[in-house]
Design a protein around this ligand. Structure first.
Ligand SMILES: NC(=O)c1ccc[n+]([C@@H]2O[C@H](COP(=O)([O-])OP(=O)(O)OC[C@H]3O[C@@H](n4cnc5c(N)ncnc54)[C@H](O)[C@@H]3O)[C@@H](O)[C@H]2O)c1
Ligand SMILES: O=c1ccn([C@@H]2O[C@H](COP(=O)(O)OP(=O)(O)O[C@H]3O[C@H](CO)[C@@H](O)[C@H](O)[C@H]3O)[C@@H](O)[C@H]2O)c(=O)[nH]1
Length: 430
């Protein structure tokens, strides 16, 4: 059954993907945002974020008359059947989730939501937020539903349309079923539960993923000390179906717009109910240590000092396939290298150079060979596919030192060795 009017508030990674994908499933969607310039661009089919297939879906939705963009939420929701909140919930003071945007929208729309309309939180919000929103909205005729989103950046459209599961929680069974029905065509396993449990699923999943990565990064360090090879170790672990092969790649630490803020938020929620959570604290502190460990690796590769040393960096985004720099481990490693006196020249295929998050200490160049030119070492920080197939002989010619530090174990050491380069990975014996 198609819904005549879905409103999606917030047109970022989650909101725009949700709006465009729901329109592609046949629903009629209005997306609203406070950013008037963005709304204008989106109305022309121009998409700023780098997500495969998203711009195409947006243009198709507009052309089919099923997707439109407006500024502000109050007017948009007047005839809505379902309203999705997809606004930011960044890390606030003390580590908790800042709910200012979610609450601002709730206040903006509470007087104009039609009777029977369902208000859905898709933003990641702490347990108890649905209950708080119900009070804030103060409308018996407007049920509140939690429907957390699990998409990954870089594969947002694919993940939305091929979800591992749909989670919908509410104290109103009827409202939860109406929201679950929107996804019926996707045929995904659906968990229908109460609002608190749905909110908890999201944090429990992200914190589990972060813990898995901190664990793998620690095992990689142990491999280095004991002479074992992390690639073989994780392959051997991953064949156990209870563990699985995914999310086992060591790196410069986990980052991005979600895992860091969500781990901090769950820790704060735990503290608020007097629950000591040393496991999660260690997950977070190990991640900070991992970044510092990568810097020590680079320093060691450069003979002990980074003062005045020129380094080429490959990648600055928090992972490949996105132009998102929020909480990027690569940026933090760059910051720590600059603090030790290194001169940094970087290339990232996802960046244009006008991103406000780019620090002054890094010069961004258009191609990887320019980043390598005159550098004492090349440091790979983000696993862009194109870095695997560089002309390594050309890289070796322009580097002043023959060293490549590969913080993602992304490159083929044999290929680099053949080009006369020395390769240093993470937790590898080769
Ligand atoms: N990025 C992801 O991969 C991802 C995945 C799952 C869940 N989430 C969660 O989804 C939420 C949104 O994340 P995002 O990455 O899409 O954020 P984003 O920063 O990419 O986009 C948020 C959008 O909301 C708009 N906005 C802010 N305040 C508004 C208001 N009052 N009214 C209307 N629009 C407003 C902003 O202009 C922006 O366009 C967060 O809670 C996040 O934790 C994100
Ligand atoms: O084997 C791995 C996998 C990931 N990472 C790093 O972990 C971070 C997070 O990666 P990923 O989870 O792919 O990125 P996100 O797009 O932030 O997605 C996470 O955060 C989203 C927002 O909550 C959730 O919806 C997703 O399910 C969850 O995977 C990045 O820095 C990656 O480089 C590794 O170092 N090794």
């Amino acid at each position: 059954m198609f819904v005549r009017r879905i409103v999606v508030v917030g047109t970022g990674y989650v909101g725009l993907t949700t709006g465009a994908c729901l329109a592609s499933l046949g629903h009629r969607v209005v997306c609203s945002d406070v950013d008037a310039a963005k709304v204008e661009e989106l109305s022309r089919g121009e998409v700023r974020i780098h997500e495969p297939g998203l711009a195409e879906l947006v243009r198709e939705g507009i052309a089919a008359g099923r997707l439109e963009f407006v500024v502000g939420s109050a007017a948009a929701v007047a005839e809505a059947e379902v309203v999705f909140l997809c606004v930011p919930t960044p890390m606030g003071a003390g580590g908790g989730a800042d709910l200012a945007a979610v609450e601002a929208v709730a206040r903006e729309v509470r007087g104009v939501l039609p009777a029977g309309c369902v208000l859905v939180t898709k933003s990641t919000v702490p347990v108890g937020t649905s209950a708080r929103l119900r009070e804030l909205v103060g409308r018996e005729d407007v049920p509140v539903v939690s429907n957390p989103e699990f998409l990954r950046e870089g594969s947002a459209v694919h993940d939305f349309l091929n979800p591992d599961r749909i989670v919908v929680g509410s104290d109103s069974q009827d409202a939860a079923e109406r929201v679950a029905a929107l996804y019926a065509r996707l045929g995904a396993p659906t968990v229908l539960t109460d609002a608190a449990s749905a909110e908890m699923v999201k944090y429990a999943a992200n914190c589990f993923l972060a813990t898995k990565l901190s664990y793998v990064n620690a095992i990689a360090e142990l491999c280095e000390r004991l002479g074992a090879d992390i690639a073989d170790v994780t392959e051997g672990m991953g064949y156990d179906r209870r563990i699985g092969q995914s999310f086992l790649r060591p790196g410069p630490g986990w980052g991005g717009s979600c895992l860091p803020k969500d781990t901090a938020a769950l820790l704060q929620v735990a503290e608020a109910v007097d629950f000591d959570f040393p496991l999660l604290r260690a997950t977070i502190s190990s991640n900070q240590r991992q970044r510092e460990r990568m810097v020590a690796k680079v320093q060691d590769a450069c003979g002990g000092s980074l003062d005045g040393v020129r380094l080429g960096l490959l990648g600055l985004t928090f992972k490949a396939g996105t132009n998102d720099l929020r909480d990027s481990p690569a940026l933090e490693v760059a910051h720590l290298l600059a603090e030790r006196g290194a001169e940094l020249v970087a290339h990232d295929p996802g960046l244009r150079g006008d991103e406000p998050e780019l620090p002054d200490s890094v010069t961004l160049v258009d191609d990887p060979y320019q980043a390598a030119k005159g550098a004492a070492a090349l440091v790979l920080l983000t696993e862009w596919q194109e870095f695997r197939t560089l002309d390594w002989s050309r890289v070796a010619e322009v580097l002043t030192g023959p060293v490549v530090v590969d913080t993602r174990n992304h490159l083929d050491p044999d290929v680099l060795h053949r080009a006369g380069l020395s390769w240093r990975g993470v937790g590898r014996t080769r």
